[in-house]
Design a protein around this ligand. Structure first.
Ligand SMILES: [Fe+2]
Length: 315
């Protein structure tokens, strides 16, 4: 079942008036975490993180004011930096307003998830948030950057070294759904691709290890993204590319279509659940990096699946 729907009543029942310890032990919250880890999309038909109407207006106006903005606005909570805005043409007060909206959104999601993900005992950190104002349907992008092809996420320049990529989304379009395709569980997908189309992951040999150590010591790892990647990251990056480049897989693989209604939110481990954004406009997203040791079903992590396949440590 790719989609696990949580109605507002069930959510408020699970989140009402508990102590920290009760949240951590909550069978309901643990079962939702387990569903996420098993490859479900957790879907909230009514978002649990409502955004003030004035903030929504600021976001919806961004597209209408034209070319001042890049395709995505990004917000980095650790440094409180806003990216993707053309500061040469956007008036400073407009940039400041948008900065405030993204800052509020990011911390509101973190507040909600500190309860919802209580079984993870804070073993996660906030990564970037983004606002995606561009229509997903018909975008012209290079193949490896296309969102409408089924893929799992991997960061080319920021390897996660086994940390899991959990993303929380919000469709703020006033009328239209955001439409996704969602694929099979990670272990099945890996089994489809390895070893025929994608080499089984292998730990670094002594030469690669030495080269990476030297690059790190000399501060050169920034120059070549591969030098920062563990064998785990290298495999995840190759898997992302191979899936998008495999026309036969894109045409024939098992998938389910999902429509996220206006005002809804959803969350999913995007580094393991194959997904494609087929159409929709105006979505907010907050990424978390979750420690694989925090999982309620540790055997399900991509690192565990791949290390079993490789018979060796990969980070
Ligand atoms: Fe993605």
């Amino acid at each position: 079942m790719p989609v696990h729907t949580i109605e507002p009543g069930a959510l408020s029942e699970a989140l009402k008036g508990h102590t920290k310890e009760q949240y951590r032990q909550s069978p309901q919250l643990r079962s939702w975490c387990a569903a996420l880890e098993a490859g479900s999309v957790i879907y909230f038909p009514k978002t649990p993180v409502p955004i003030p109407p004035a903030d929504i207006d600021v976001l919806l106006e961004q597209q209408q004011t034209g070319s001042r903005l890049h395709k995505n606005i990004s917000y980095k909570p650790d440094t409180d930096l806003l990216g993707g805005v053309d500061r040469k043409s956007a008036p400073p007060e407009e940039v400041e307003q948008l900065h405030g909206v993204m800052r509020r959104y990011s911390s509101a999601v973190a507040d909600f998830l500190s309860k919802f993900l209580a079984p993870y005992e804070s073993q996660w950190r906030r990564d970037y948030a983004s606002f995606r104002p561009v229509e997903e349907k018909g975008r012209e992008l290079p193949l490896r950057r296309r969102n409408d092809l089924l893929h799992v996420d991997a960061f080319p320049t920021r390897p996660t070294r086994g940390m899991r990529i959990l993303r929380f989304f919000h469709n703020i379009h006033p009328e239209r759904t955001r439409d996704w395709a969602v694929g099979q569980p990670f272990a099945d997908i890996v089994g489809n691709f390895t070893p025929r189309k994608l080499a089984v992951p292998r730990p670094d040999g002594p030469v690669a290890l030495t080269a990476k150590k030297i690059a790190a010591g000399m501060g050169l790892a920034k120059l070549v993204p591969q030098w920062k990647r563990t064998p785990y990251d290298e495999f995840m990056m190759r898997m992302h590319n191979t899936m998008k480049e495999d026309a036969e897989f894109q045409k024939n693989c098992t998938r389910e279509l999902v429509q996220f209604v206006p005002g809804s939110s959803w969350m999913v481990y995007t580094e393991t659940v194959p997904h494609a954004a087929l159409s929709g406009q105006f979505a907010l997203e907050q990424t978390l990096l979750v420690d694989p040791h925090a999982m309620v079903t540790p055997e399900s992590t991509p690192l565990a699946v791949l290390e079993k396949l490789a018979g060796a440590r990969l980070v």
